[in-house]
Design a protein around this ligand. Structure first.
Ligand code: SF4
Length: 286
């Protein structure tokens, strides 16, 4: 059986930067308590690794308010302005690992709001990255949507000066289609394509690879947004697409009669897990 692993599979620049920085903090700041504001990445084995080394995950603003000292790591998803204000006000040290591409969106929405524009975000409003972006504009001057029908329900005035940004991991083709639909309807919307290049490359590679193989494996966490999108995209090109979190999820029955397997992985999937899956598929260890 031929096994092809996508070149772009695994940690992206922003995730690698955050994980490496946390690793360095754990090694060097042994006398200080280290916290992450939310899990550092959407990967259980990485979270457990850091927990075993004394890192505590803060799950909410309330939990952040309870700490008195230590270092708080802001993950690549970024946070709203209020969290910085809170950390500064309480004099708590922090290490800001917001991905520069996400930081750029924070700056853009804040700048356009100052210019009087209404802010639209194409993305999942429950995702931490989108919540962070929303935290840089006023709640009564911003909305989120993911589909054309959701956009219609927002009730945007056609002549209102509006700017549209996208969650960095938004499906690139879906975004293009949404923009086309919005433009045809005659809205005055300034579109800023803020989808991350790493996401675009990964998605394009998955589209191509899924068309070339009999079965496709997408490795990553079920609650990782970019992994879910890779799964959706790959399933279009290859109906036999499976989402696995680790090699223990591999099921031999899915490979019956299969001659070629494509493997891709979300931005928060460690190299070690990708290698394990790849080796097990090659050696049919399941
Ligand atoms: S997917 Fe892109 S924007 Fe998101 S953390 Fe990775 S490099 Fe940054």
């Amino acid at each position: 059986m031929e096994v092809i692993v996508a070149k772009s599979a695994g940690f992206c620049f922003g995730v690698k930067r955050a994980v490496d920085s946390l690793e360095k903090l754990v090694e060097t700041k042994t006398d200080q308590k280290i916290y992450t504001y939310g899990p550092i990445i959407h990967n259980e084995s990485v979270i457990q690794h850091f927990e075993s080394r004394g890192v505590t995950v803060l799950h909410s603003k309330e939990e952040l308010l309870e700490i008195q000292d230590g270092i708080v790591v802001i993950r690549s998803h970024g946070v709203g302005k209020e969290i910085y204000e809170l950390l500064n006000y309480r004099g708590i040290e922090y290490c800001d690992m917001t991905c520069p591409f996400v930081r750029k969106i924070h700056d853009l929405v804040a700048e356009y709001e100052r210019k009087g524009c209404y802010i639209l975000i194409a993305g999942d409003k429950n995702h931490p990255e989108v919540q962070g972006i929303l935290g840089w504009c006023s709640p009564d001057n911003s909305q989120t949507f993911q589909t054309a029908s959701e956009f219609e329900k927002l009730g945007i005035e056609k002549d209102r000066s509006t700017v549209l940004v996208a969650q960095t991991t938004f499906n690139h083709n879906k975004f293009k289609n949404l923009v086309e639909i919005i433009n045809k309807k005659g809205y005055d919307i300034n579109v800023l394509d803020t989808i991350c290049n790493a996401t675009e490359v990964r998605q394009s590679e998955a589209i191509q690879l899924s068309k070339d193989v009999d079965a496709m494996l997408v490795i990553g966490s079920k609650n990782s947004s970019n992994t879910q999108k890779l799964f959706e995209i790959s399933r279009v090109g290859c109906p036999c697409t499976y989402l696995v979190q680790t090699s223990t999820d591999l099921d031999g029955s899915i490979f019956k009669g299969i001659k070629s397997v494509g493997i891709t992985a979300g931005a928060s999937t460690p190299k070690k897990i990708i290698e394990e899956v790849q080796t097990n598929v090659r050696n049919r260890k399941f």
